[in-house]
Structure formats: structure tokens, C-alpha cells
Design a protein around this ligand. Structure first.
Ligand code: ZN
Ligand code: ZN
Length: 288
């Protein structure tokens, strides 16, 4: 059975656990592979991104863990590359491309798509004069530019701007105009060959009830035979495989029979949904 997660953070960025704690949790849960994807450095994102010195320590630590745990777990060194980051990508085995912010070209203000409800409203009001469609258009243009220009292996949390939609209801995900905009961007991104992640991180942190992308997007990906993978965007080892069952059931509903995972012999491998080891929670595992 296979269990894998390619989107994992550590204390080198904004997670509560060390890289080694993540590895030990993964082994305990029966993971076959684990990928680290620290947030790339940018001067405006040091509240959650790695510093230049921290980036070097992160690389060294993951290399150390790769050699120590060689026989027990396939560990891959990745990076979650932010839209505004300009960093050396050569040390990494794979890249997740993610948009988290909008830099207003007129004022130089840096607005978040990914923060609290209040910060999202600030982004909407100050960055886009309250026009949610303008925000969505800009966000998906950024995502498309990042994926088509930097060519990461994985498309990170594709529809992040709906993260707080359960609370603020600002984006009507059934609106045909919104769907056209989002699916056009998704097609442009997926056509690069990048794998779209089904990201359960916002559920694990209590911000959302559904993974990114939504079911409409998953059906679109399936219809066009674009590959997907399940990741938890993990910031806490106890949630390393949180809500994978939900992701699997949505993928089945969308018609998928397989997903991509990090492999041992090749970087990515396709496995059947029925070959995935659906998780027991780590808490149950260690506190029983
Ligand atoms: Zn992210
Ligand atoms: Zn992440």
C-alpha cells in the first residue's frame, strides 16, 4: 500500500514541527514517501518563508534525513516557490508553484490572499476596490504566469482565494463567469504537464471544509486526463495525512482511478486510488 505527501513544511518556515519529527510521524503512519516543500525566501514573507540562511540549513537537514532514513522512507527535497520569490531552484528535486500575495504596482503594498478573513477583506478593498472578480482575475493570471513561466512540477493550492469562502461567501464558485476564468487558468497550467495537487491543508487548519481544487475543477481535470496528487500542505506532524479520505472520495466522484505520488525509483509514480493506504490519524496511532 502507498501513502505519500509532497507538500510539507518545517520549523525552517512556518510549521510547528522539525523535519525529523515529520519523518518520524510519516514512518509511524506507514508512509512510503515524504516530500519537504519549505516556503521559498522573499523579503516580504519572512513571517512564514525561509530566510536565506534558513534555506541552506533546510537543504542540509533534508539531505541528512535522506541518508539516515534511506531504508525506511523515500524522502524528497522540494520547495514551495512563491510567485514573488527569485531564488536558486537547482538544489531541489521538485517545485510546487504557489501564489500567496498580490503586490500592488501603484502603491507597492503587499496584500495577502492566504491570511485571515480580515486580511482577505483588506486585500479586496484596498487592492481591488472591492471588486471580487478583479481579484480573481488577477490571482488566476498570477497563477498562470507562475506555472507557465517557472514550470514547477506541482500546481499549489490552485483556488486558494476561496480559502475562507465558507465564512465570507465572496466568491460564487458556481458563477459561470468565475468558472470560465478559473478553468481557463487551470487548463493553461495543467497543459504544462504540471500535476495539480488536491490540497487538504485548509481543512486540517479549520479554514475550509473542502480541499482545493473544488469538485468542478476536479471533474475538469479528469475529463482532460490531467494528473493529480493528494497533499496535506502539512504544518503539523499530527496532520500529515489529514483528510486524505475526503480527497479520495472527491476524486472518485470526479471519475479518477489513480493519482501521482512521490516514488522511490522515479520522482513521480502513478498509483491506483485503491492502492492508497487510507490513514488512521497519527493521534490515534501514538496516543492509543
Ligand atoms: Zn502555500
Ligand atoms: Zn504550503
Amino acid at each position: 500500500m502507498i501513502l505519500s505527501n509532497a507538500h510539507t513544511h518545517t520549523q525552517f518556515c512556518d510549521a510547528v514541527c522539525s523535519a525529523e519529527q515529520m519523518v518520524q510521524a510519516a514512518i509511524q503512519l506507514g508512509f512510503t514517501s515524504l516530500g519537504f516543500s519549505g516556503h521559498s525566501y522573499h523579503k516580504n514573507t519572512l513571517d512564514y518563508g525561509m530566510s536565506p540562511a534558513g534555506t541552506q540549513q533546510y537543504i542540509q537537514e533534508v539531505h541528512r534525513l535522506q541518508s539516515i532514513y534511506l531504508d525506511r522512507l523515500t524522502i524528497r527535497l522540494g520547495l514551495e516557490l512563491d510567485y514573488y520569490s527569485s531564488v536558486d531552484l537547482s538544489p531541489y528535486e521538485y517545485i510546487i508553484g504557489s501564489v500567496h500575495h498580490y503586490l500592488d504596482p501603484e502603491t507597492g503594498a503587499f496584500y495577502s490572499y492566504d491570511g485571515s478573513v480580515d486580511s482577505f477583506y483588506e486585500t479586496l478593498e484596498k487592492g481591488f476596490h472591492g471588486d471580487i472578480f478583479a481579484l480573481a482575475r488577477t490571482y488566476y493570471t498570477q497563477v498562470t504566469n507562475l506555472i507557465t513561466q517557472k514550470r514547477p512540477a506541482i500546481i499549489g493550492h490552485f483556488n486558494l482565494i476561496t480559502k475562507r469562502n465558507d465564512v465570507h461567501h465572496l466568491i460564487d464558485e458556481d458563477d459561470p463567469a468565475y468558472q470560465r476564468l478559473a478553468l481557463e487558468a487551470l487548463r493553461a497550467c495543467a497543459e504544462t504537464g504540471a500535476i495539480t495537487e488536491v490540497n487538504t491543508g485548509a481543512i486540517a487548519r479549520g479554514y475550509a471544509t473542502q480541499p482545493y481544487p473544488n469538485l468542478t475543477m476536479l471533474r475538469f481535470l479528469r475529463e482532460h486526463r490531467y494528473p493529480v496528487m493528494i497533499n496535506s500542505d502539512c504544518h503539523d506532524a499530527s496532520k500529515l495525512n489529514a483528510h486524505f479520505e475526503l480527497a479520495v472520495s472527491l476524486l472518485q466522484e470526479a471519475g479518477f482511478h489513480s493519482v501521482m505520488v512521490l516514488g522511490r525509483d522515479s520522482l513521480f509514480e502513478e498509483v491506483g486510488l485503491c492502492d492508497l493506504a487510507l490513514p488512521r490519524s497519527y493521534k490515534e496511532e501514538v496516543h492509543q
